[in-house]
Design a protein around this ligand. Structure first.
Ligand SMILES: Cc1cc2nc3c(=O)[nH]c(=O)nc-3n(C[C@H](O)[C@H](O)[C@H](O)COP(=O)(O)OP(=O)(O)OC[C@H]3O[C@@H](n4cnc5c(N)ncnc54)[C@H](O)[C@@H]3O)c2cc1C
Length: 383
């Protein structure tokens, strides 16, 4: 029986698995990735926006200084390596929705909570083609947008050619922890087993369906984006007011996002894209508040974000005995694009050298929720 020994077996080739696989391969490790390339995986529908400021409170995003400059440099290099125009460093214009919002931002600007990420604040009406902005806006720098689906497709082509990617569903029941500390993966239809020293779950929200990680406070959050044609609308920056409007690959086309829907929702909701639905209405209304230009909806995409109760990613080894060979890289919520590069390096350092994880990302912060007697199926494989 032939048996191939890998250093790492990764499950999932969304943005998390793809970047971690690159990181580990760059360190000379032998990596095999399993991925079911679902078109509704969060990474494949994401607008790819990296925004230093988030939410209604206009607050600097968590660890922006640690992650954003790293991600910008990472994607520029990756884009050059792949020889495709995949990443655009770009200004982001937060359009003020009211005079009151303008005043609130100006008042906070005295303390400059946004540091070098704030380019300038404009109080006069905006004069950008097609943009409705009578109260001005705040220009942010240090962000950009990645064509995530195209990036993953380009990396997957490499993976197919080099043989490190298997585009098939990984089933945990075919995984066995061996006495020598390695694992073997042996689907019944295959003659030989795959052997590996370490396994990393990069399944996004589907990590909840793994028998090892179902105890984590991951909450799937469904979201939608629209692809629109808005000829004449300024495409030299990302626009943000209620919705973000990210320039697409072709002139006059944009991706508009995003909605947030908490459970319960059905798997069928992901594909049920009737021309008239709540997501489409909500996003169209928000776009209409940003521009008086006519626009046409070209398509809608939906996916499920891997959100976490405390809104921080989840990295590190499983807290039970399986932690000798099993880790998680996930919980990226709505920020996988900007966080994955720096955190992949952090996790690789941890796995390779034992370097400490940041306390706010380690999944050890939730290990009290793990109860081996409850959180296992009662076989030695699942402890
Ligand atoms: C509508 C929407 C818009 C978004 N916009 C942005 C944005 O602008 N910027 C941003 O940073 N983030 C955005 N996000 C969030 C972002 O998409 C996620 O943070 C990120 O994609 C998570 O990546 P991931 O690799 O962890 O998970 P996923 O993208 O879900 O990838 C997991 C992969 O694992 C595979 N998989 C799962 N189980 C198995 C199995 N058993 N066997 C084989 N393969 C398996 C899946 O098929 C998938 O390919 C958005 C999300 C949504 C839904």
């Amino acid at each position: 029986m032939s048996s191939i020994m890998y250093d790492y077996l990764l499950i999932g080739h969304g943005i998390a698995g793809a970047i971690l696989a690159r990181e580990l391969r760059a360190r000379g490790r032998r990596v095999l990735v399993f991925d079911e390339p679902r078109p509704d995986a969060a990474s494949r529908v994401a607008a790819g926006l990296m925004n230093p400021v988030a939410g209604k409170r206009f607050a600097l995003t968590w660890r922006a200084h640690d992650t954003l400059p790293y991600a910008v440099a990472y994607y520029k290099k990756l884009s050059a390596e792949l020889g495709e125009d995949l990443f655009q460093e770009s200004l982001i214009l937060k359009v003020f929705g009211s005079a009151q919002e303008q005043q609130q931002v100006l008042a906070r600007a005295a303390d400059n909570p946004w540091g070098e990420f704030l380019d300038r604040i404009e109080t006069a009406p905006l004069s950008l083609p097609g943009v409705t902005g009578p109260h001005g806006g705040a220009w942010l720098r240090g962000g950009g947008h990645l064509r995530v689906e195209a990036t993953l497709a380009a990396l997957a082509r490499q993976g197919r050619a080099a043989g490190w990617l298997r585009e098939e569903i990984f089933s945990w029941k075919n995984l066995t922890a061996e006495a020598d500390g390695t694992v073997s993966y042996a689907p019944s239809h295959e003659p030989g087993a795959v052997r590996a020293r370490q396994v990393v779950c990069c399944q996004g929200a589907a990590a909840l369906a793994s028998p090892y990680f179902d105890w984590l406070p991951l909450t799937p959050n469904r979201g939608a984006v629209l692809d629109v044609a808005a000829p004449g609308l300024s495409g030299g920056q990302v626009l943000n007011r209620g919705a973000y409007v990210v320039p697409g690959a072709a002139a006059g086309q944009f991706r508009v996002g995003a909605t947030y829907r908490w459970p319960p929702f059905a798997e069928a909701d992901l594909a049920d894209l009737a021309a008239d639905n709540d997501d489409r209405r909500e996003l169209s209304d928000r776009l209409a508040a940003l521009t008086e230009l006519p626009f046409a909806v070209l398509g809608e995409r939906r996916g499920v974000r891997p959100a976490v109760r405390d809104r921080r990613p989840l990295l590190g080894r499983h807290p039970g005995p399986a932690g000798a060979w099993l880790s998680l890289f996930g919980g990226f919520g709505s920020k996988g694009v900007s966080l994955a590069p720096r955190l992949a390096a952090l996790l690789a350092d941890h796995l390779e050298t034992g370097a400490e994880l940041w306390p706010d990302v380690t999944l050890a912060r939730y290990s009290a929720l793990f109860q081996p007697a409850v959180n296992s199926v009662g076989t030695s494989r699942l402890t």
